[in-house]
Design a protein around this ligand. Structure first.
Ligand code: PEP
Ligand code: MG
Length: 317
């Protein structure tokens, strides 16, 4: 039965021939790490850490910015509860699509292309500085060594500025999400400023295919099996390999068990997803050798559309 099947494959993520792939959790708060949310089976999901802590949930629906002490407490709670103590914190991903009244941002006719993510620090840089202070303080208080990354990084200059601010506060591992094609195209250069990259396929699809990620009519364009998206992921992973630095995927694509083999074949080093996705991805990786993952990646990159890509790949082969 299902419970027995998920029990057969446990422990760290790896291919059938032992190539390690970190399986990590996407969370919005410490509550997402509570046992009841963790697992379909009594043993729980043994993720190797948190690959995406979306901190904006602390800021949403608020008239005023959460205070420094409140932020320290919220981050410390996650650092204490995280499996293996490994947490990748994403700084505030706000903008007019996730409106935060206290930021006082101007209305925009095209919010997805406006002042969102890291760009908010152009107009309210003290909000990012306070958040970085609070993350650093929570790390000291708990003895954690969080990795910290910014959303919507677009240029090398932005990455360098963010890295400078984070390192000035003693944060040792600083990275960026790759959600904008411009960042993917310059991944090698970004990795001269940064310690890691995490590819957000939800937004990277939106911006690569010029298709609103919420737009039901355009689902075929937003399909993560699209070769153009996979090509950008391949380029980022190759840049990571050349630099000897981790490149993960933390968008929805990571939770598709067969696509996970493709991502690993492209060279991605971690897959981060919400808890329910982990057992099936672990099982799928355990059923494929690294060589087979690389074959799958070649097949998917060669396909002209997502349906052709899926058809070319036989599960478990
Ligand atoms: C993404 O864009 O893929 C991502 C993981 O970030 P979010 O879904 O929070 O925008
Ligand atoms: Mg995103």
């Amino acid at each position: 039965d299902d419970r027995r099947r998920t029990r057969t494959v446990r422990g760290p993520g790896r291919t059938s021939d032992g190539h390690p792939v970190k399986l990590l959790l996407n969370i919005g708060s410490a509550a997402d790490l509570a046992p009841r949310d963790r697992a379909p089976s009594a043993e729980g999901v043994d993720a190797e850490g948190v690959g995406l802590f979306r901190t904006e949930f602390l800021f949403l629906d608020r008239r005023e910015e959460p205070g420094y002490e409140e932020q320290v407490a919220a981050y410390a709670a996650v650092f204490r509860a995280a499996p293996g103590g490994h947490v990748v914190v994403r700084t505030l991903d706000a903008g007019t699509d996730k409106p935060l009244p206290f930021l006082g941002l101007a209305e925009e006719t095209n919010p997805a292309l406006g002042v969102r993510g890291l760009r908010v620090s152009r107009v309210r840089s003290e909000v990012l500085d306070t958040q970085l202070d609070a993350i650093a303080e929570a790390a000291r208080a708990t003895g954690a060594e969080p990795w910290v990354m910014a959303p919507m990084v677009t240029t090398v200059g932005e990455a360098a500025d963010f890295a400078g601010r984070a390192r000035a506060r003693g944060i040792a591992r600083v990275g960026a999400m790759v959600e904008v094609p411009a960042a993917a195209l310059r991944a090698g250069r970004l990795l001269k400023e940064l310690d890691f990259l995490s590819i957000g396929t939800n937004d990277l699809s939106q911006y690569t295919f010029a298709s609103d990620r919420q737009h039901g009519e355009l689902a075929d364009l937003l399909d993560p099996w699209q070769a153009a998206l996979l090509q950008l992921i391949a380029d980022c992973a190759a840049a990571g390999k050349a630099a000897g630095k981790p490149v993960g995927v933390c968008g929805e694509a990571a939770a598709d068990p067969l696509l996970a083999t493709v991502l690993v074949g492209l060279g991605v080093t971690s897959l981060s997803m919400s808890a329910p996705g982990i057992p099936a991805v672990r099982e799928s990786l355990a059923a494929h050798s690294l060589e087979r993952c690389r074959d799958n990646a070649r097949l998917a990159l060669a396909a002209d559309d997502p349906a052709e890509a899926r058809k070319a790949i036989v599960p478990g082969r």
